[in-house]
Ligand binder design. Structure first.
Ligand code: NAG
Ligand code: NAG
Ligand code: NAG
Ligand code: NAG
Ligand code: NAG
Ligand code: NAG
Length: 393
């Protein structure tokens, strides 16, 4: 346990302090009170949880403790797949036993990594499990989504040249997620939406998500699908349904959950029916390229679900990131489906890549730089411009 009994007691006292005397000290009009009141307007009562006070203080520190920047004069890349891990979020993960592989993240390290690897802008998001720290608890997951979004907003406002973000949502709670997406897109200037490959057992083709997608479609936004450990409901309880026991989940089963989700969305016509959306799939779409032929040629689904019906969607509105690393075989798999080079986007998976998988930024860049699968001009667009067709940056 991270917090002593004493620390917990003072933590709760602080919470009541916040509620009674809204601290309206603001920096550029952004205050503790704004965060609390906007949340309340959206039906999120931050005062009921014993961790939100520390979260808001950490968000305020982003604006107050502005760091000196390293050298960005040679930085041109846009990183569409990198993560922030605020202390409050990490503490929640650890307290809820989801802490096996949570890397260390600091803003200073992130800026140094960007500078060292030529990354000008990072479009940050929250990694697994997103807001689903409290499985089954819509109210608490909504608070996690809101405060991680406020944290990323503070980062993007404080370092506007260096950070944009994809908003976290409390899926599978659809009404709450709709409210959160609206707030993030309209008021926090988020560049798109970041979701997990599955949420408490639901994939994105789930009929239950239809209203969420209808809303997002009206916003013509980009949605980034990040892999996670799938859950299943067994006897009324949500348990990890992670079949590849014995493997570390991130480099193996994540690729399968990504493929399961893409096939689920395809089968449910989520991609076809939401014509204004762009879809970003992490790690080159995981195992998608290996299973798609089998799926599209299956007598159960075909011929109405033939690849020809879907090729246009995958070739125009789907994007595949380089995090992993997924060179060279997964890239060639996607070429097999005529995915154009304009649909590959640069992603590093910082800070997970280096700490969980020992893939340094230099190694990842070298894989792209030395690849003979793309021309020099194509590599430049993967690094610098393809992302602009995916998310609003
Ligand atoms: C917050 O409350 C939960 C129970 O709702 C408890 O398990 C946890 O230890 C508390 N954390 C702190 C920091 O007080
Ligand atoms: C904080 O600001 C809000 C408006 O944003 C106002 O309604 C409230 O009275 C203020 N609270 C304090 C303690 O100043
Ligand atoms: C308001 O919050 C700021 C920073 O979080 C702190 O420095 C200040 O002392 C607080 N003011 C009051 C009146 O609590
Ligand atoms: C997609 O997954 C959901 C579970 O999340 C399931 O209910 C639905 O039947 C699946 N859709 C298709 C078309 O496979
Ligand atoms: C990480 O990679 C570096 C260079 O690629 C290598 O020298 C080092 O031994 C690796 N560390 C681990 C723990 O695998
Ligand atoms: C919104 O974010 C983008 C970068 O993601 C930035 O270029 C733009 O200036 C921001 N707009 C506002 C109003 O903050």
């Amino acid at each position: 346990m991270l917090l002593s009994t004493f620390a917990r007691a003072s933590f709760s006292l602080l919470i009541f302090g916040v509620v009674e005397a809204a601290n309206n000290s603001t920096i550029d009009g952004h205050s503790r009170a704004r965060i609390i009141e906007n949340a309340k307007k959206d039906g999120i009562d931050l005062a009921q949880f014993n961790w939100t006070n520390a979260a808001i203080a950490e968000i305020e520190r982003v604006r107050e403790d502005v760091l000196p920047l390293p050298d960005f004069s040679k930085a041109t890349k846009i990183d569409t797949h990198s993560h922030i891990i605020p202390d409050f979020y990490k503490t929640l993960l650890q307290a809820n036993l989801l802490s096996n592989h949570v890397p260390i993240w600091t803003l200073q390290d992130h800026l140094a990594y960007k500078s060292a690897n030529g990354i000008s802008r990072s479009v940050v998001s929250i990694s697994t499990p997103g807001a689903n720290i409290f499985a089954g608890d819509a109210a608490q997951n909504s608070a996690v989504a809101r405060l991680t979004n406020e944290f990323m907003f503070a980062l993007a406002e404080t370092y506007p040249e260096r950070f944009s973000f994809l908003a976290n949502t409390p899926l599978p709670y659809v009404e709450e997620s709709l409210v959160e997406a609206r707030y993030a897109l309209d008021q926090l200037n988020s560049s798109g939406i970041g979701v997990m490959s599955s949420h408490e057992g639901q994939y994105h083709g789930s009929k239950a998500f239809a209203r969420f997608y209808e809303y997002l479609d009206t916003k013509s936004t980009g949605v980034f699908y990040h892999p996670t450990v799938p859950l299943r409901e067994i006897n009324g309880e949500l348990i990890e349904a992670y079949p590849s026991y014995g493997f570390v989940f991130a480099p193996f089963d994540f690729l399968f959950d990504t493929a399961r989700n893409i096939m689920n969305m395809t089968a449910a016509h989520t991609m076809r029916d939401n014509r204004n959306l762009r879809f970003g799939f992490a790690h080159c779409g995981g195992a998608f390229a290996s299973v798609a032929d089998r799926y599209f040629s299956s007598p159960v689904y075909g011929p109405t679900e033939s690849w020809e019906n879907y090729a246009g969607i995958f070739q125009t509105r789907a994007f595949f990131d380089t995090a992993g690393p997924m060179f060279p075989h997964a890239v060639q798999g996607l070429f097999g489906y005529d995915i154009p080079t304009s649909k590959f986007i640069y992603g590093t998976d910082f800070p997970y890549s280096g700490q969980s998988q020992n893939v340094s930024g230099a190694l990842l860049n070298a894989l792209i730089d030395n690849s003979d699968l793309f021309s020099g001009d194509e590599k430049k667009t993967i690094y610098e411009s393809n992302a602009k067709a995916f998310v609003d940056i």
